[in-house]
Each structure stands twice: as structure tokens, then as C-alpha cells.
Design a protein around this ligand. Structure first.
Ligand SMILES: Cc1cc2nc3c(=O)[nH]c(=O)nc-3n(C[C@H](O)[C@H](O)[C@H](O)COP(=O)(O)OP(=O)(O)OC[C@H]3O[C@@H](n4cnc5c(N)ncnc54)[C@H](O)[C@@H]3O)c2cc1C
Length: 521
């Protein structure tokens, strides 16, 4: 038997990040992970500004950036080409930089296994977290008092772990989700994809026809909106590639050079490091919780790797759940706080899956059916040019927020959604924008690990009293910064432990009620 507060099944990036955030907040956990090593498939490489904010909070932003394989400053964005990479029709659309003003950190790009190594190194320094590698969870049970997980290690030795809560971070085929009886829904594209990790200096040389970029997306009328997609792993030789392939494709019968050469538009020498197949599917869990069991990351939402949403959203799941569990253990989290994890996170990925991933596949398909340079060159060229700004507007429209959450105090009629408009203004349920305070420091540098009240000329006393009464750890940052106050549009901003705004206003006339609500009492 092992008695920790939380059992985490799955020590991929999301499970380890959750254990780390919980551990830093004083909550103990045991993480069981089937794999003994990290492998070498680059997978989730595109890390958003928001994800880098998490690494900043964990004190790992420098270490993460130092772990990158690409040279510092190498552009992260994308080339989109029509037909193949030698096509006369290509664009270098705006990338995540279009929303940079709204985040404290810049995005980063590195192979997922290198990012996981950074997380694991930090985890090893925490005495209240145990990472058990080569250990697989095989069965779970929950009662009113706690959870148990049956696990087996690589030598075949079994054990039963006990804890108060269990979180399934065990990927798309999650046994935790199954065992907890949580159903999924979403679009099954009925399409098999190949993933090839390879090395080719020749491809690197040919890509010099483009401005420097990290990913190369090929659109083709035959692909029904799916992509052929090259991504750099390093600069010089390392790449990954994914593309739709026929349903019967397998490692033994598949000629990898076919889709690679078609997408590139020329043959080239390459050396395969890894190849695998998977089914393209959006599958989002109906709920992220059943009793004492939660799910997070790919266990809660599987999807094609179109747009770099998976890992980034998985880390946001972890951060959202972690502060609530920690508040619960510390005694100041209200009875309803843990209930808000699922209603805050589940609608976001439902929108991502259907409106950002599936809709993009459908839009591309419609475009490619409608416009074709061999049918009407002038019409195609005009439409192709008009698409240029389209990618940037999609990035801008992705603004996940919890406006309908029961623990934020915003105007009535708010909706918890991945759609929104980025703004410097402090709005309840939305991510806080980074503003410079009077001493030249950024508001993000001033935030505490729990709730923070930014008091920019406003009177903080009522909140201070309300927090003290409920034993809510509240850091008060008093500042007279004029520009920040103006940009936030409020004198008082109550910021949650996950850097989302809980409430914003000029007068704290109802601080008692606000404080009660934001902690789920
Ligand atoms: C080609 C490709 C490119 C991608 N690009 C991006 C990108 O640019 N940006 C982005 O955000 N995302 C990207 N993704 C998605 C990203 O890789 C995933 O979203 C991410 O790995 C999810 O992390 P996770 O920890 O939830 O799940 P996983 O990484 O799947 O980890 C789950 C872990 O649980 C373990 N496990 C499973 N069952 C058990 C059990 N019963 N007991 C113990 N352990 C168990 C597994 O061994 C595994 O290590 C990409 C994916 C692919 C394939």
C-alpha cells in the first residue's frame, strides 16, 4: 500500500506537470508511468506563450529554452504551400506572434521528450512526489473515502496504491477514463495518418527557397482538407512528417518515400528514425470528472495534431486542476471548487476540436474544391492571396476563457469557450494581460502563487479582510501605475492562482460576496 494524497496515472508531459504543480503547492502524489524512458518521437513541439508562462511560474522557463534544439531566435512560424513545396504558390502566414502583446512569455519550440526531461528533472527535486517508471495501472476503484489503483511493475510485481483522488493523465487510450465510465464524443474522420521522423540534409537545403520557418504545410486538392506536414526537429537534418494515407497502410507494406516525395515535389535521400500510423479522430470527454477520479490531457481530449493544441491544452488542464486540489487540501477551497474543473475545461476543448481543428479541415477542403489554378488561374491567385491573413485571424480568435464559470464574477450571459477577442482589459474569466507596473516590473512578476489583488490606486482593505476571514492566501500588490490601470480598465483586479481574472472593478463594495464566490463557497 502507498498513501499519497493523489495518484496520477500516466507520467507523460501532463501527468508530470500536474505532479510538479501539485508538489510545489504542497500536495503529495505518486505518478505511475508504464514507459521506462522518454523515447525520441518529437510529438508536441510548438509551445504557446501561455505554456511558457506555466514554465515561468515553475521556475523552468530558462531551462526549457536552453533545452531547445533549434538555434535561439530561429523563426517558429509556418510555410503553407499549394500542391507541393516546390509550388509557385506559397505563403509565410503570421503565426502566434499576432497575440504576443497579451502574454508575458514568448512561444518556444523543442521536441516533447526534451521538454518532458526538463519537467522530470525538477520533479526529482520535490520530496512529496514519487515518479514510478515502468509501472502500469491495471484497475481502479473508488469509494466515499478514497481511491485505489492496482499497479504492476516490469518484473510482474503487483501492488495496490491508495489515495484521496486519482487523475488519469494516461493519453488517448486512457484506461482511467474507461474505468471511470466517462464517455467521449466528437468527429471520427475515418482517416489513417502516417508519422515519419527522419533525417535529410537534402530537404533542408531545398527549403532554403523559403524564408526561415519551422513547419511546412502542404495543401492539395486530393487531400480533402487534410495536410501533408513537415516540421523541423532541428535546423539542418531532423524532420517529422505526417500525412493522410490509405486505410490498409502498415509498416510492412508502406513505401514511405511516396508521400514524402509527393509533398516535397522532388525525390531526396532520407533516413527513417521512426514511423507509425494513427487514426485521425476528435474525441472529447463529456466530463473530466467522476467522483474522486479526474482526467486531463489527451485522456480527456484526443485530436489530430493540427494547430498545436493538444499538449498546450493538457498543461492548462493540469494547472487548472492543481490549484483547486491544493486549495481543497489547504482548507480554503470551497465545497464547490473541485466541481468547477470540468465545466471550465471541457467546453474549451470541445470548441478547439470542432471549431478550430475540424472546421479548419472542412474550410481547407471547401477552398481546394472551389479554387484551382488549372481551372481558373486568376481566380485562384486572388483567393490564395486573400487567405494570407486568414491564419492570423484564426490565431487571434483563439482566446480560451471561463466567462460562464461559477467561480468568476463577470457580467451575466458569459460563455466558457475557446472563442474570444484578446484584450489588454482585465475581464472576469479571461487570462490576465501582462502590464508594466510603476517600478518597471511586469504584473506577472508580482503575482503570488495563490490569489493576488492588483490594487492600482484602488482600496484593497475590504478584500484583505474578506480573504483573512476565509483564510484565503491573498497577495496584495499596491501600485499607482497609470498605464497599467488604464489598460486593465480597473483599479482593482482579483487574479486567480492560474493567472485568470476572477473579478475586476474600481470599488470593492461587495468584497465578501466576491471572495466567497471565487473560492467556490
Ligand atoms: C506528430 C505529433 C505532433 C504534435 N504536435 C503538437 C504541438 O505542436 N503542440 C501540441 O500542443 N501538441 C502536439 N501534439 C500532441 C501532444 O503530443 C499530446 O497532446 C501530448 O503528448 C499529450 O500529453 P499527455 O501527457 O496528455 O498524454 P501522453 O503524452 O500520451 O502521455 C500519457 C502517458 O501515460 C502512460 N500510460 C498510459 N496508460 C498507462 C497506464 N495504464 N499506467 C501507467 N502509465 C500509463 C503512457 O505511457 C504515456 O507516457 C502532437 C502529437 C503528435 C503525434
Amino acid at each position: 500500500m502507498s498513501q499519497r494524497q493523489v495518484i496520477i496515472v500516466g507520467g507523460g508531459p501532463v501527468g508530470v506537470a500536474l505532479a510538479l504543480d501539485l508538489g510545489l503547492r504542497g500536495v503529495s502524489s505518486v505518478v505511475v508511468e508504464s514507459r521506462a524512458d522518454l523515447g525520441n518521437i518529437p510529438k508536441g513541439q510548438g509551445l504557446t506563450q501561455r505554456t511558457l508562462e506555466h514554465f515561468y511560474v515553475w521556475g523552468l522557463d530558462e531551462e526549457l529554452r536552453a533545452a531547445r534544439l533549434m538555434p535561439r531566435g530561429y523563426p517558429i512560424g509556418e510555410i503553407t504551400a499549394y500542391g507541393n513545396l516546390m509550388s509557385p504558390y506559397w505563403q509565410a502566414p503570421a503565426g502566434r506572434e499576432v497575440v504576443s502583446d497579451f502574454f508575458f512569455q514568448k512561444p518556444e519550440r523543442l521536441p516533447q521528450y526534451r521538454m518532458e526531461a526538463v519537467l522530470r528533472r525538477k520533479l526529482a527535486t520535490l520530496p512529496n512526489v514519487e515518479l514510478r517508471l515502468g509501472v502500469t495501472a491495471t484497475a481502479l476503484a473508488q469509494s466515499d473515502n478514497g481511491v485505489t489503483a492496482a499497479v504492476i511493475d516490469e518484473r510482474g510485481e503487483s501492488q495496490t496504491l491508495e489515495a484521496d483522488y486519482l487523475v488519469g493523465c494516461d493519453g488517448g487510450h486512457s484506461m482511467v477514463r474507461e474505468a471511470a465510465g466517462i464517455s467521449r464524443s466528437g468527429t471520427d474522420f475515418d482517416q489513417v495518418m502516417v508519422l515519419i521522423v527522419f533525417r535529410s540534409r537534402e530537404l533542408h537545403e531545398k527549403l532554403k527557397r523559403f524564408p526561415e520557418r519551422s513547419t511546412y504545410r502542404v495543401m492539395h486538392p486530393d487531400l480533402h482538407g487534410y495536410w501533408k506536414f513537415f516540421g523541423r526537429v532541428d535546423v539542418g537534418e531532423g524532420f517529422f512528417f505526417h500525412a493522410p494515407v490509405p486505410a490498409q497502410a502498415s509498416r510492412s507494406n508502406f513505401d514511405f518515400s511516396g508521400p514524402l516525395f509527393d509533398a516535397a515535389g522532388f525525390p531526396f535521400t532520407f533516413e527513417v528514425e521512426h514511423a507509425g500510423f494513427w487514426d485521425l479522430r476528435n474525441a472529447v470527454a463529456e466530463s473530466y470528472r467522476n467522483g474522486r477520479i479526474f482526467i486531463a490531457g489527451d485522456a480527456a481530449h484526443s485530436h489530430p495534431p493540427y494547430g498545436g493544441y493538444g499538449l498546450n491544452n493538457g498543461l492548462e488542464d493540469a494547472v487548472n486542476l492543481s490549484w483547486k486540489l491544493a486549495a481543497h487540501y489547504a482548507g480554503w477551497g470551497g465545497a464547490r471548487l473541485l466541481d468547477t474543473y470540468s465545466p471550465e475545461r471541457a467546453p474549451i476543448f470541445r470548441d478547439v476540436a470542432e471549431d478550430f481543428i475540424a472546421a479548419r479541415i472542412r474550410d481547407d477542403d471547401a477552398f481546394l474544391r472551389r479554387y484551382n489554378p488549372s481551372r481558373d488561374r486568376a481566380e485562384f491567385e486572388a483567393a490564395w492571396k486573400a487567405r494570407d491573413s486568414d491564419v492570423g485571424s484564426r490565431r487571434k480568435a483563439y482566446e480560451p476563457n471561463y466567462a460562464a464559470s461559477p467561480i468568476v464574477c463577470g457580467p451575466p450571459g458569459g460563455k466558457t469557450t475557446a472563442h474570444g477577442v484578446h484584450s489588454l482589459k482585465a475581464r472576469a474569466g479571461h487570462h490576465l494581460s501582462p502590464q508594466i507596473l510603476s517600478q518597471g516590473r511586469n504584473a506577472f512578476e508580482a503575482l503570488g502563487r495563490n490569489f493576488t489583488l492588483l490594487a492600482l490606486d484602488g482600496d484593497a482593505d475590504a478584500f484583505e479582510r474578506a480573504a483573512r476571514e476565509r483564510r484565503v492566501p491573498l497577495k496584495i500588490v499596491r501600485d499607482s501605475a497609470g498605464a497599467a490601470r488604464e489598460n486593465y480598465g480597473a483599479a482593482l483586479i482579483l487574479v486567480r492562482p492560474d493567472q485568470h481574472v476572477a473579478w475586476a472593478g474600481d470599488m470593492a463594495t461587495d468584497a465578501e460576496a466576491i471572495m466567497q464566490k471565487v473560492i467556490g463557497q
